[in-house]
Design a protein around this ligand. Structure first.
Ligand code: SAH
Ligand code: DHB
Ligand code: MG
Length: 225
């Protein structure tokens, strides 16, 4: 089993289950044309985010790491008409591309893109009394994943769902001596998740068009700890 087969199977599944979608396809095309890296979630992963948000009955969603707004569009489409999504992005150019993509998808009224390093915009959200969020998707710089998880918890309520992308990193997550700050960040996050009494969580390995990685899902069960 190798990347070539994972890719072919992802193509097979996506061709069957995820029809071409003008707004999502245009978002990827505009992101590529603007030179953004192709590190958005895969289409079948985007659908998984949408399904989780729907099962959750989410009315408010927080995303950390917008890029071109591809995952943002999937998540926002799960919201009811009066729902809200706040997405945090440090790169002004990414935010600009994302806003155009979100606008084209007809979601501009529901989605707010906040520009700045998330470790600055998260405390501001908390201070402004925004939240709690029904669902948080963490998908930004990997060294800060543990900090983002702490903030996600702060901005959650019992019953909130926290989803964290990229927790396996090609299997490198088990290299305890790794000098890669991203791997160290993901390892510290997994340890934090394991030690956190306020959540019930799991992590799953994934393969496909985005290579070999994984996703963690945590349900906030208790405010008190
Ligand atoms: N969720 C997107 C992909 C996000 S890629 C999707 O699936 O479509 C990660 C994004 O996090 C990049 O756009 C990067 O610029 C952004 N990022 C990196 N460091 C950040 C930080 N400190 N604060 C906020 N965003 C950051
Ligand atoms: C990277 C980031 C991601 O969020 C992802 O899904 C894949 C790769 C990266 O920074 O390399
Ligand atoms: Mg990711």
């Amino acid at each position: 089993m190798d990347q070539e087969r994972w890719l072919a199977v992802d193509r097979y599944l996506t061709d069957l289950l995820i029809p071409a979608d003008p707004a999502l396809d245009a978002a990827l095309a505009a992101s590529a044309a603007a030179g953004l890296p192709p590190i958005n979630v895969a289409p079948n992963q985007g659908r998984l985010l949408e399904l989780l948000a729907r099962v959750q009955g989410a009315r408010s969603i927080l995303e950390i790491g917008t890029l071109g707004g591809y995952s943002t569009i999937w998540l926002a489409r799960a919201l009811p008409p009066d729902g809200r999504l706040v997405t945090l992005e440090s790169e002004p150019k990414h935010a600009e591309v994302a806003r155009a993509n979100i606008d084209r998808a007809g979601l501009a009224d529901m989605v707010e893109v906040r520009v700045g390093p998330a470790l600055e915009t998260l405390p501001r959200l908390a201070a402004d009394g925004v939240g709690p969020f029904d669902l948080t998707f963490i998908d930004a710089d990997k060294p800060s994943t543990p900090d983002y998880f702490r903030w996600a918890l702060e901005l959650s309520r019992p019953g909130s769902l926290i989803i964290v992308d990229n927790v396996v990193r090609g299997g490198a997550v088990i290299d305890d001596g790794s000098d890669d700050a991203g791997i160290q960040g993901v390892r510290r996050f997994n340890e934090l998740l394991a030690a956190e009494p306020r959540v019930r969580a799991t992590a799953i390995q994934t393969v496909g068009s985005k290579g070999y990685d994984g996703v963690a899902i945590a349900l906030v069960t208790d405010e008190g700890g």
